[in-house]
Design a protein around this ligand. Structure first.
Ligand code: MRU
Length: 359
């Protein structure tokens, strides 16, 4: 089993998802931080439900989960010929693609795995096609782990000399197959001896910041202050933070960034107080087909996530709700996009195109 450990925290005890050789072992994030429980996933329906219910979440982790789901879902069907494998791959990929709409890594990973099977010569055996699918899922997981480490290395210098940094939602090891995207900067900077406080937005309605990011950073020995989503402006006003780093679920070709709801107002507050706002994400999160943020589909979640809190109703019965899970931060608010290929700077249409061409 692969172990992904932030370099300053060699004893970090959790892996988000992995392949045991027989099934996918996946940490159920809906139970954190109360309970650390792993699920054994053996079919695509259970994987679809795990993605839909946010048992696994965060764009890069969703991509890896989808690739594994495609393999296990295909392998358990009848695959006597290459043609049968290809047909099964399409059926399972189409099914998994319906789990969530915004994180582009889901579609990117499914397309990549499918293309690997399509690229086989027509005379290839069914076993070879299944082995190709498995190898592609393994490669996606391994490459994401490497990308996270590079993102940390490229981004850590942006934090030199800061006293505090704000982050939103969870873009750590729990959201990836590696040490995280935004949090990789914190882990790497801390390993280099920098000392700073991370202000973590609690991230309503599902509290990924409170439940996941605070948990992850605490275990890694990084100084954390949990704040409510409306507090970041005060943190900037009082000079307590000199940078913001967040992850992303999808980045458009012009640098507009979709991320967890609440990210865009955070970027506006940061701009007002002249605090640089950085996004950390692998190149697989860039969707060149989305010309701008307007092309990014935004998931809307059910009312119950807003009208109740920890299972207790907090709004009058029947209250109507508007609950987009993500928002789009305009590119002009983004000081840099930290990728495994380096820090991309405005104008993003050009720097993004160059980075994708260099892959
Ligand atoms: O709904 P989630 O928990 O899957 O959303 C994830 C996010 O939006 C995170 O902010 C994250 O930065 C993007 S993936 C590293």
């Amino acid at each position: 089993m692969t172990s992904r450990r932030p370099p300053h925290s060699p004893s970090q005890p959790f892996a988000t998802l992995d392949w045991t050789g027989r099934h996918v072992r996946l940490l159920d994030q809906t139970l954190l931080p109360r309970k650390v429980k792993y699920l054994s996933i053996r079919d695509e329906k259970t994987m679809w439900e795990a993605i839909r219910s946010l048992r696994v979440r965060g764009a890069p982790a969703i991509g890896a989960a989808a690739a594994w789901g495609l393999y296990i879902g295909t392998a358990r069907r009848r695959n006597r010929t290459l043609r049968e494998v290809r047909r099964n791959v399409k059926t399972v990929a189409d099914y998994l693609a319906g789990a969530r709409p915004t994180a582009v890594n889901l579609f990117w990973a499914l397309d990549r795995c499918r293309a690997a099977v399509e690229a086989l010569p027509d005379g290839a055996a069914a076993d070879e096609a299944l082995a190709t699918l498995l190898a592609e899922a393994q490669a996606i997981q391994r490459e994401d782990e490497e990308s996270c480490a590079r993102i940390g290395e490229h981004g850590a210098p942006l934090l030199h000399g800061i006293k505090g940094v704000v982050t939103h939602c969870n873009a750590g090891a729990l959201a990836t197959a590696g040490m995280g995207t935004a949090l990789a900067l914190f882990y790497t900077a801390a390993a280099e001896g920098q000392r700073f406080t991370v202000y973590v937005d609690e991230t309503r309605p599902l509290l990924q910041g409170a439940r996941l990011t605070a948990w992850e950073l605490q275990q890694a020995g990084i100084d954390v202050r949990l704040i409510t989503d409306g507090t970041a402006g005060t943190v900037f006003q009082r000079g307590m933070a000199q940078a913001v780093v967040v992850g992303s679920d999808r980045i458009a070709a012009n640098g507009d960034v979709a991320n967890k709801i609440g990210t865009m107002p955070l970027a506006i507050a940061a701009k007002y107080y002249k605090v640089p706002f950085y996004v950390a994400a692998p190149l697989s999160t860039i969707d060149p087909a989305a010309r701008s943020g307007a092309d990014i589909p935004i998931e809307e979640r059910g009312a119950g996530e807003v009208t109740s809190f920890g299972g207790t109703p907090v709004a009058p019965r029947g209250t109507k709700v508007f609950s987009p899970a993500f928002d789009v931060t305009p590119a002009r608010l983004v000081a840099g996009i930290v990728t495994e290929a380096g820090v991309l700077r405005p104008p993003y249409r050009r720097s993004i195109a160059r980075a994708l061409a260099g892959q």
